[in-house]
Write a protein that binds this ligand. Structure first.
Ligand code: FE2
Length: 262
């Protein structure tokens, strides 16, 4: 079993990167199951239904979310019908959607869970570790992939250590900057602090850099727009043994720096 996880898909540039490179990546790495974090798919903010189906049509099996889950407010009208869409599990129990789900792939039960970090995040959310403990108690999955969507590296790595050996992988998302700390932890879980982004390269984590820098300088409101091409596509491939143990975690990073070489 080989699982591909692609970091936060950002706007049109991110969607175009997937159209151009996903099939070749899946082919090259012999991918059986593909997850993307899709919380920035529509203009950098949330995901609308059209773009969600666009991702599924490209061959993506599961879309995880994060702090921008409800930015496209219409999502509450359709997300309950979509079993491949996973929003953070540690939101209010009144929130639409599900925070974890199981996919049956080639005889394996693959569970995907989305957790939102609390550091630097102002929303009202439940304790990431306590919510994860409950999900694990109820799980009988062969493989369990956790997208930990958060800002702080320390929070992510602490979460990774806490659940090392209890889940197959803790994969960080949200910062849009890929970290180079991918590894297999002591008890067998794959880990990376941040998978990175699938979106505009040479911009401010997806947004056009000009107005972001202006805001940094003068503190005044400036409209942020998604950056233009070229793009960067970041992800990881996790390979499993026949008995669902993690064999390896490998980073993918396609950009103008390597001529998008797969
Ligand atoms: Fe985010």
């Amino acid at each position: 079993m080989n699982i591909l996880f692609i970091g936060d898909v950002f706007g049109e540039v991110g969607r175009n990167l997937l159209k151009k490179y996903l099939a070749k990546i899946k082919d090259t790495y012999e991918i059986d199951f593909t997850i993307v974090n899709g919380e920035n798919t529509t203009h950098g903010k949330g995901i609308n239904q059209r773009h969600y189906y666009e991702l599924l049509d490209l061959g993506i099996d599961c879309v995880t979310m994060g702090n921008h889950t409800f930015d496209q407010s219409d999502i509450v009208n359709w997300m309950d019908e979509e079993s491949c869409l996973i929003r953070p599990a540690n939101l209010s129990r009144r929130a639409n959607g599900v925070g974890t789900n199981v996919f049956n792939i080639n005889g394996y039960k693959i569970q995907v869970t989305n957790i939102l970090g609390r550091v630097f995040y102002g929303g009202i959310i439940n304790h990431p570790i306590e919510v994860m403990e409950d999900i694990i108690k109820a799980s009988d999955a062969d493989i369990h992939i956790v997208d930990f969507h958060g800002d702080a590296t320390a929070e992510k790595i602490s979460f990774g250590y806490e659940f090392d050996g209890q889940v197959s992988a803790v994969l960080g998302t949200h910062t849009h900057v890929q970290t180079a700390d991918e590894r297999i932890l002591d008890h067998g879980s794959a880990y990376i602090s941040d998978v990175g982004m699938c979106g505009p390269f040479n911009q401010c984590i997806g947004m056009d850099k000009q107005n972001v820098v202006l805001k940094m300088k003068d503190g005044l409101p400036h409209k942020f727009e998604p950056g233009k091409e070229p793009g960067i596509l970041c992800g990881v491939v996790i390979r499993f043994t026949i008995d669902s143990q993690v064999k390896s975690i490998e980073r993918i990073n396609l950009s103008p720096l390597n001529n998008y070489e797969i």
